[in-house]
Design a protein around this ligand. Structure first.
Ligand code: NAP
Length: 323
């Protein structure tokens, strides 16, 4: 998608308010994306996504795991048909390779299946969802990072994925991948928020031109595994009161000022709008110092990816000690 312009009607001004970052493939990615991962996606999700497009959202995050690819694809088609955007090229769609398909030879077919569900010719970004592989009956197996990445590169060369990247990769795994990648990852999507700052991952990504995108930027508040560390933080409450903003806006603004992109999930029209209104004000140095005092804890531990048969025998191994 273009860094700016190309939008039609009243959405144009709003869309311009979400800035873009340039990926190492030369493509522009809006720094704020609409996260569609949810344990209970509503039946009217396509209408909510279309509403988000009208508000100015241009970046949509899905995955084969989420069961929301059809809803995203339907909304993309509706957005073009209704003139909310001039063409599909005005939208940025991310999807992800699930662990059952994280095997050499399975990557390209899995991408084609995702594209089929989305009704699209290409993805803007295709991510390896976890550095994990599973076989039939969900049994965990060794993960062939290089074999899977070679197939991701083929997806990129074929033009089916304009950019490719990873998710849930530790700093150590990023370094391993970067050492052999012919097409370097454009993005590493990881859990990141004021309560889990991901400094090591951010450092290795910054050195190598890889964009970090935060998932659970609000701590996955309300989900089974999520944390209250963001939305119920006393520090954020104080900063929010001082700035006249909401706690969620302070949390998202902090990520933006760190140079981290983010995919936030809200299926609520008011909160979708609120989450966009973070690009025309700043946190003070005092605010940021207070935020740095927030205790750190990873919420999404990935304990289900640890087993004696799989790649990782402990959480230490899964995260290379970065826990
Ligand atoms: P999140 O965005 O941190 O938090 C979502 C929760 O916050 C929802 O309960 C939402 O409720 C609420 N919320 C949103 N905006 C709010 C606001 N302004 N004020 C108060 N509450 C607000 O959590 P997430 O869903 O875990 O992460 C976002 C996206 O990241 C997912 O949807 C998915 O696309 C992606 N993700 C990726 C991975 C991965 O492994 N790569 C893992 C997890 C998530 P309402 O809907 O009611 O507003």
């Amino acid at each position: 998608m273009a860094a700016s312009g190309g939008h039609s009607g009243g959405a144009a001004a709003a869309a311009a308010s979400i800035p873009c970052v340039r990926l190492n493939t030369g493509h522009a990615m809006p720094v704020l994306g609409f996260g569609t991962g949810s344990s209970s996606p509503p039946a009217d999700l396509p209408a909510t996504i279309l509403h988000a497009v009208r508000l100015g959202y241009r970046h949509f995050d899905t995955a084969s795991l989420y069961g929301t690819e059809r809803a995203v694809g339907g909304a993309v088609a509706d957005a073009v048909r209704s003139g909310a955007v001039a063409s599909r090229a005005d939208l940025f769609v991310t999807s992800k390779l699930w662990i059952a398909d994280a095997h050499p030879g399975r990557v390209l077919p899995a991408l084609r299946e995702s594209l089929g569900r989305l009704g699209l010719d290409y993805l803007d970004l295709f991510l390896v969802h976890w550095p994990v592989a599973a076989g039939e009956n969900k049994k965990l197996l060794p993960f062939d990072m290089e074999g899977v990445w070679r197939d991701m590169e083929e997806c990129h060369r074929l033009g089916l994925a304009r950019s490719i990247g990873v998710s849930n990769f530790s700093a150590a795994k990023m370094s391993r991948l970067l050492a052999f990648a012919a097409v370097p990852p454009a993005v590493n999507q990881v859990e990141a928020n004021v309560g889990w700052r991901q400094e090591k991952v951010r450092e290795v990504c910054a050195k190598n031109g890889v964009v970090v995108t935060a998932f659970s930027p609000l701590g996955a508040h309300g989900s089974a595994w999520g944390s209250n560390a963001v939305m119920e933080s006393g520090v954020l409450r104080d900063v929010a009161a001082r700035r006249g903003k909401s706690v969620a806006q302070v949390a998202l603004r902090w990520l933006h000022e760190q140079g981290v992109c983010f995919v936030a999930k809200s299926f609520n029209k008011e909160r979708l709008k609120q989450n966009m209104e973070i690009f025309d004000w700043e946190l003070s140095e005092d605010d940021k110092e207070m935020i740095m005092q927030i205790p750190q804890r990873r919420a999404c531990q990935g304990e289900f990816f640890v087993s004696q048969d799989g790649q990782y025998k402990s959480l230490e191994e899964l995260w290379d000690g970065e826990i």
